[in-house]
Ligand binder design. Sequence first.
Ligand SMILES: [Zn+2]
Length: 290
Amino acid sequence: MQIRGTGGSAGIRKGVYFEAGIHAREWISPATLIYITKTLLEDYMTGESTAVRFLDTFDWYIVPSLNPDGYVHTWTKERMWRKTRSNNAESAFSGCTGTDANRNWPYEWGGKGTSSHPCSNLYQGRGSMSELEVEAVVEFLRDKKDKGQDFVWFIDWHSYAQYIVTPWSYSRDAPDPPNLKNMLEAGQVMADAIASYKSNTFYEVGTTAELLYEFSGASIDWSYAPYNKYDRTAGGLDVPYSYVVELRDINKYGFILPEDQIEDSGKESVLGVYAMGTYIIDVLSAEGKL
Ligand SMILES: [Zn+2]
């Protein structure tokens, strides 16, 4: 979906990109992103000030389900399926299907925390962007960037663990991202807003490699990495606020989050997005970048 408000500039605006469902079994992720999108639109229509500010400032690009074949597979055949459904017939392991699409992005592809074995749940693919789903997003966003649209905010929605994490993912030894302090502050603002919803859902904030684990070919590393106009396999999209959000819960139900938590996840995530986006707009405005 592409969404922009009818107010604000008619020309090129800064872009926001949210995606969900890259891992098939993380059902709360598409549900939550759809809920956020619905609320944003409804709030805009009623003139709610944050939604108006968001939609009249940015162009929003939203992919609620980036891995639809995998998603269908989790509904019909195998609830705990994670990867894409591409076949690996060219390899010696043609019986093993799928690639981990969040090991397949073209920045620091094929390093730590991935596998070159097609049967692994962390299979990186036969090359970066071997997966159509990843390639399509890279091509689409690079095309916008080429035409002069800069992206400022990127969230890849996952579950579970209740984490808000920033680059870098590929290595704990990588130099800190230049604006890490601001990224972490914005993450904490989101976590505080989520916790304010019913005062019982707490998210931790940190870098991916420190808080989660090290892995390469990650969407957020590609998002954050400097843009290379001439080589789509090198560099990234240069997005200053890049995140993975790992939604509910922590360890009780895991991927099989009960249905009665869908709405709460949506509502608290709306609060988180509104708070984080407000922080980002305020900082970018103060820096003269909006
Ligand atoms: Zn995931």
